[in-house]
Ligand binder design. Structure first.
Ligand code: TRP
Length: 448
């Protein structure tokens, strides 16, 4: 089944692959999604559910995506067909539609991030929450966010056109260490804020047992886990297709998932102390998307020059995290255009960003539209996760066997993963999917 294309690039080292996968996983989802989803009432219950989903559901799916990619050595669109025949073509299509949809609004949020970064650097921070809201709506309404969106897409296209080693791997090797240093610095800084304790307790220790069965909290936990780990839409399939046969898939899945989760939790340790120290708790309860872009600059604005420096570090960090995620989203359609149609990488990269730009126009114009595409895309991820686990657990379990043997996995790990992907993961994801669709439909019908 394995078809080696001699021209297919490979990661230059294990570290290169892990950094690229972590670069994809760690993004605005960790900084922005984690903060707003846990602040919307779920609190610690959300964090617990999220961790459970990561452990029980996402880790096996990670290995499943890796196996599929490495075994078929093909991009996400072709991998399901190569593994299980043309009946599985719809999964390939899902692997194209979902990343394009996500990239279309992801680039818009990147544009906001860049705008606030540039403002912090050259102009300064807002004096109060009203001014911050005004600044955000001036970014958000009109033509200004087109600039940030187009810039981000072009930058992403440029990096991806450089290929696996000289583009994706190189940028991650530069960006990921900078990101971790900034993150640790910001967590320490936030710990010394006046009301950091109150921030932590509202985030991690605000435990309400009823929230564990709240269907919105459950949907958020599933969405956050899949979105944050870049799982369910073939990114890990695509990245693993550039792997050599020897690397150990299960342990790499654990490394990537743990790093991503640690970053998610650390982001909360930054945002919550800021929010509570500056008395912005009420503002975030009523907002979702805008949390990061209104409250953080307002809070830091009260801190003079030091605050401005922190704002530059924070939004710089967010942008770095986002660009390494955006390129993973772009790589899926780009690698498909290359593999299936034999197009040149350069052309594929810029054609892809152009199409994504067009699809993203409504999200630039309406934040509500953006939020709806986000909710819908998150459902697609969960659906993709279900199909991948079903494919590897039931349809082509041999693929998993071969790849785990090549990885030198112990019999215990093998048995666990095989059992999980057959009897545990698909069932829990199916339940999560049904609950999430139901919750979203209720939300949408209520808002009509
Ligand atoms: N995981 C990234 C984040 O947390 C976003 C992202 C990149 C993504 N690739 C993805 C989300 C694939 C879902 C699927 O911001």
């Amino acid at each position: 089944m394995r078809q080696e294309l001699s021209s297919r690039e490979q990661w230059s080292s294990k570290l290169g692959f892990v950094l690229a996968a972590v670069g994809s996983a760690v993004g605005l989802g960790n900084l922005w999604g984690f903060a707003y989803r846990s602040s919307e009432g779920g609190g610690a219950a959300f964090v617990i559910l999220y961790l459970l989903v990561v452990l029980v559901v996402c880790l096996p799916i990670f290995v499943a995506e890796f196996s599929l990619g490495r075994n078929t050595s093909s991009s996400a669109f072709l991998a399901p067909i190569k593994a299980a025949g043309s009946n599985w073509a719809p999964l390939g299509w899902l692997f194209i539609i979902a990343p394009v949809a996500i990239a279309s609004y992801y680039a818009v949020i990147m544009g906001w991030t860049l705008d606030i970064f540039v403002q912090s650097l050259f102009v300064g921070l807002p004096d109060d929450i009203d001014q911050a809201s005004k600044i955000f709506s001036s970014i958000n309404n009109g033509n200004r966010d087109f600039i940030g969106q187009i810039f981000s897409l072009l930058l992403g296209g440029f990096i991806v056109s450089g290929g696996i080693n000289k583009g994706i791997e190189k940028i991650n090797k530069i960006c990921m260490p900078i990101l971790f240093i900034l993150l640790v610095f910001l967590v320490i800084w936030a710990a010394f804020l006046d009301k950091s304790g109150e921030g932590y307790s509202n985030y991690l220790f605000n435990f309400d047992i009823k929230q564990l069965t709240n269907i919105t909290t459950i949907r958020y936990a599933f969405s956050q886990a899949f979105f944050s780990l870049s799982l369910g839409i073939g990114i890990m399939v695509t990245y693993a297709s550039y792997l050599n046969k020897k690397s150990k898939l299960p342990s790499q899945a654990i490394q990537i998932a743990s790093l991503d989760t640690v970053v998610g939790l650390m982001a909360g340790l930054i945002t919550f102390p800021i929010i509570f120290t500056f008395g912005l708790g009420e503002t975030i309860k009523s907002s979702t998307l805008a949390t990061l872009f209104i409250t953080i600059p307002t809070g830091l604005g009260q801190y003079g020059l030091a605050g401005r420096i922190i704002a530059i570090a924070f939004f710089g960090l967010a942008y770095i995290a986002a660009i390494t995620s955006l390129i993973s989203l772009l790589e899926i359609p780009v690698s498909t255009l290359i593999d299936k149609f034999g197009l040149k990488r350069n052309f594929s990269a810029y054609a892809t960003v152009f199409i994504i730009f067009l699809i993203g126009i409504p999200s630039v114009i309406s934040t509500e539209f953006l939020a709806n595409v986000d909710s819908l895309a998150n459902i697609l991820l969960i659906a993709g996760g279900f199909l991948v686990s079903f494919l590897i657990g039931w349809v082509v379990p041999k693929t998993l066997d071969i790849e785990l043997t090549n990885s030198g996995s112990s019999p215990l790990v093998k048995t666990y993963l095989k059992f999980s992907l057959k009897y545990v993961t698909p069932i829990i994801v199916a339940a999560g999917l049904i609950v999430s669709i139901y919750d979203l439909l209720i939300k949408w019908t209520n808002s009509i």
